[in-house]
Design a protein around this ligand. Structure first.
Ligand code: DHB
Length: 312
């Protein structure tokens, strides 16, 4: 049986179900070119800001046990103008290019979205869930500000605009965010960003493991998969096929990819496994997904998407 993992996000076709997540190894042009040559089905660029940033002081990233990773990178990036330039140079790899943007004010979000609307990217992911900037709350947790942000950025051009959301833990928040997404016709969501403001301690030195923000950092990796799955499912139920869903958060294997597909995700972004294992992850996760699809008798993503069953 021939099985395809071709899929699409907001009408943009992806050759496989698996691509990189904004975060690891997607800041410098050389890293983005490596993604172009890899089996990642898209090139998602590092979240960029108006000005270039060095990011937070080190240590700012650590593996936690076997299943997690904490980081407080602080948005190190080359500034948005470079990523606008890169979008043109990266077209030669023949796969979709995704901008990821974060502003420090509503005006900055407008400038960033306007710039990428005029660029060669295919999708624009608006990051409203970066937890690692001292004094900057996550916009995605402020529904009033989210309404202003969407009203100002959704009409700025034809390229599909999406939201990279923080995790929500209460159905009332899923309801509120889904209403906003439908009101402003957001084209896709990426669920979820790392879990913000987690603390890790070295009991022998009695110090925090991460330096910035008194040790508080974003948690990612396998540990957070149940939270990502719940958020994907919650938005799948509320957005009913009208809005594409990127799953992101703890997907490290083909079995994970299949679970995200059952929960309703159109495609899977991989962050931590790419950080740890490199670009092979795109190949083996997609191959593992094909094995799972075959096992269950599905021949395409569309056939299996959202087919989670509930216990009676
Ligand atoms: C950073 C962390 C995030 O979780 C994110 O979404 C964007 C940026 C960072 O610290 O660089």
């Amino acid at each position: 049986m021939s099985v395809s993992t071709k899929t699409s996000i907001a009408g943009v076709e992806l050759d496989s179900y698996v691509c990189n997540a904004s975060g690891p190894k997607c800041t410098a042009y050389s890293e983005l070119a490596e993604l172009g040559k890899s089996d990642s089905s898209a090139i998602i660029m590092k979240t960029c800001t108006i000005q270039p940033r060095e990011g937070n002081p080190k240590p700012r990233l650590a593996r936690i046990g076997e299943h997690g990773l904490v980081q407080s990178m602080g948005l190190p990036n080359l500034g948005y103008k470079k990523y606008v330039e890169f979008s043109t140079k990266l077209k030669k790899y023949g796969k979709p290019i995704v901008a990821s943007v974060a502003g420090f004010s509503l005006n900055e979000y407008i400038t960033l979205v306007e710039a990428f609307q005029k660029s060669d990217v295919d999708l624009i992911e608006v990051n409203v869930g970066c937890p690692n900037i001292e004094g900057k709350p996550q916009v995605g947790y402020d529904f009033g500000q989210m309404r202003d942000l969407l009203s100002l950025t959704c009409g700025l051009g034809k390229k599909p605009l999406g939201l990279k959301l923080p995790p929500y833990f209460d159905p009332a928040h899923w309801d509120a965010m889904a209403d906003l997404i439908l009101d402003y016709r957001v084209s896709f969501v990426s669920c979820i960003n790392s879990l913000g403001n987690t603390l890790t301690i070295d009991p022998w030195t009695r110090k925090t493991i991460i330096k910035p923000k008194k040790g508080l950092a974003g948690l990612s990796g396998e540990t957070i998969k149940p939270i990502s799955l719940a958020n994907v499912r919650a938005f799948c139920e509320r957005l009913g096929g009208k809005v594409s869903i990127f799953a992101v958060g703890g997907g490290v294997s083909g079995v994970d990819a299949f679970e995200f597909l059952l929960a309703g995700a159109d495609a899977l972004q991989v962050g931590t496994a790419f950080e740890i294992n490199g670009a092979d992850c795109f190949t083996y996760i997609n191959k593992g997904l094909i094995t799972m699809l075959k096992y269950h008798g599905f021949s395409s993503i569309e056939e299996a998407k959202g087919k989670l069953e509930y216990l009676q």
